[in-house]
Design a protein around this ligand. Structure first.
Ligand SMILES: [Zn+2]
Length: 60
């Protein structure tokens, strides 16, 4: 037998399982640069100093 779900999960079931879907207020982290220290989205380029992983990515 193929491992298929017997019943289609209802919309509520789906939503209950996906409780972490559509998170808007992501916990921010501080910029690693000592001279900056701005609150930034994790794993993203800092818009203040343009640094990502101790590397200049943006020209500011
Ligand atoms: Zn920064």
């Amino acid at each position: 037998m193929a491992p298929l779900p017997k019943k289609k999960s209802s919309r509520k079931r789906k939503k209950d399982r996906a409780s972490h879907f559509g998170i808007k207020n992501v916990p921010l982290t501080k910029c690693k640069q000592p001279s900056c220290g701005a609150y930034i989205v994790p794993h993203a380029v800092c818009p203040e100093c343009g640094m990502y992983k101790e590397r200049q990515v943006l020209d500011i």
